[in-house]
Design a binder for this molecule. Structure first.
Ligand SMILES: NC(=O)c1ccc[n+]([C@@H]2O[C@H](COP(=O)([O-])OP(=O)(O)OC[C@H]3O[C@@H](n4cnc5c(N)ncnc54)[C@H](O)[C@@H]3O)[C@@H](O)[C@H]2O)c1
Ligand SMILES: CCCCC[C@H](O)/C=C/C=C\C=C\C=C\[C@@H](O)[C@@H](O)CCCC(=O)O
Length: 257
C-alpha cells in the first residue's frame, strides 16, 4: 500500500506509541486523524505536526474509545473531512489492574468497538475502499505477565480478535487486512508509576522488572516502524508481529486442523 493520499485514523495518538505511529504515517504521505482523550497533549502535538506537514493533513478529534457514540462520530467526521478511511490503528490502551473493568473497556472492548464501527466505512461490500487495520496488543498478548493478569487477558483478546477478523474478512471479501503488533516493553508513560498500576499485584513488580532487564526497552519509533511494515505490505493479513529490542518475529500459532 502506497500511503500518499490515504487517510489513517490512530487511537491513543497523542503520546507514546500512537504519536510515533502518527508521525511515521505522516512522514510517508498519509493524512492522519488523531483520536485521544488527552486534549492538551493532542493539541500540542497537532501544532507541531502542522508546522512539519502543513495544515490540511491532520485532524484531532477528542474521542474516548469507551464510547461507541464518540467513535462513530469521529469516523463520520473523518469521512466527511477526508473522504474515507483506509488505515485504522487501534492503539489506545492503559495499564490499571486496580480499575480492571476500565482496562477491559479500553484495551479490548475499545478495539472491538472501533473495529466494528470502521466496517461501514472500510468494507468494500458496503461502499468502502478496503484497507488495513493494525491493533496494538503486547507481548503480554502472547504470554502471561504475572503482575497484570487483566492487562494480559485484554491483550490476549486483542490478538485473538484480530486473527479472527482477518479470517472473517478474507472469507467475506471485505477487502480489509487485520494485523496485530505485540511489542515488549516500550519507553512510554504507560510504564510510569507501575507500582500503583499493578494494584493487588504490586508485590510482583520485581519479577516483571527482572523481565525488563532481560528483554530491554524499545523506543516508540521502533514499534511504529513495524506498524508501517504491516500497513504497507499487502501480503500481511492475520499476522501477529512480536517486537523486542533484539528484533522482531512473526508468530506461528498452533494449527487446529
Ligand atoms: N509501553 C509499553 O511497554 C507497551 C508495550 C506493549 C504494548 N503497549 C500498548 O501500546 C498502546 C499505547 O500505549 P503507550 O505505551 O504508548 O502508552 P501511553 O500512555 O504513552 O499512550 C496511551 C495513549 O492512549 C490514550 N488513551 C488512554 N485511554 C484512552 C481512551 N479511553 N480513549 C482514547 N485514548 C485513550 C492516552 O491519552 C495516551 O495518549 C497501549 O495499547 C499499550 O497497552 C505498550
Ligand atoms: C508491568 C509492566 C506492564 C507492561 C505491559 C506492556 O504491554 C509490556 C509488556 C512487555 C513484555 C511482556 C512479556 C510477557 C512475557 C510472558 O510471555 C512470560 O514469558 C513472562 C514470564 C515472567 C513474568 O514476569 O510473568
Amino acid at each position: 500500500m502506497v500511503l500518499t493520499g490515504k487517510t489513517a485514523v490512530v487511537t491513543g495518538a497523542a503520546m507514546g506509541i500512537g504519536k510515533a505511529i502518527t508521525e511515521i504515517l505522516l512522514q510517508n504521505g498519509a493524512k492522519v486523524v488523531l483520536l485521544d482523550v488527552n486534549e492538551t497533549a493532542a493539541k500540542s502535538l497537532l501544532e507541531d505536526l502542522r508546522k512539519q506537514h502543513g495544515q490540511d493533513r491532520t485532524l484531532f478529534l477528542s474521542c474516548n474509545v469507551e464510547s461507541e457514540e464518540q467513535i462513530k462520530a469521529a469516523f463520520q467526521k473523518t469521512v466527511e473531512t477526508f473522504g474515507g478511511i483506509d488505515i485504522l490503528c487501534n492503539n489506545a490502551g492503559i495499564l490499571n489492574e486496580g480499575e480492571w473493568e476500565k482496562t477491559v473497556s479500553i484495551n479490548l472492548l475499545g478495539v472491538i468497538r472501533s473495529t466494528y464501527a470502521s466496517l461501514q466505512h472500510m468494507n468494500k461490500l458496503t461502499g468502502g475502499r478496503g484497507g488495513v487495520i493494525v491493533n496494538t496488543a503486547s507481548m503480554a498478548g502472547l504470554g502471561p505477565l504475572l503482575s497484570c493478569p487483566v492487562y494480559t487477558a485484554t491483550k490476549h483478546g486483542v490478538v485473538g480478535f484480530t486473527r479472527a477478523m482477518a479470517a472473517a474478512s478474507a472469507a467475506s471479501g471485505y477487502g480489509i487486512r487485520y494485523n496485530v503488533i505485540c511489542p515488549s516493553f516500550v519507553q512510554t508513560e504507560l510504564l510510569d508509576n507501575i507500582t500503583l498500576k499493578l494494584g493487588q499485584f504490586s508485590h510482583l513488580e520485581d519479577a516483571t522488572q527482572q523481565l525488563v532487564e532481560v528483554l530491554g526497552i524499545l523506543t516508540p519509533s521502533e514499534v511504529a516502524q513495524c506498524v508501517f511494515e504491516l500497513v504497507t505490505d499487502e501480503t500481511k493479513n492475520g499476522e501477529a508481529l512480536m517486537i523486542f529490542p533484539k528484533g522482531k518475529q512473526y508468530i506461528t500459532f498452533p494449527s487446529m486442523q
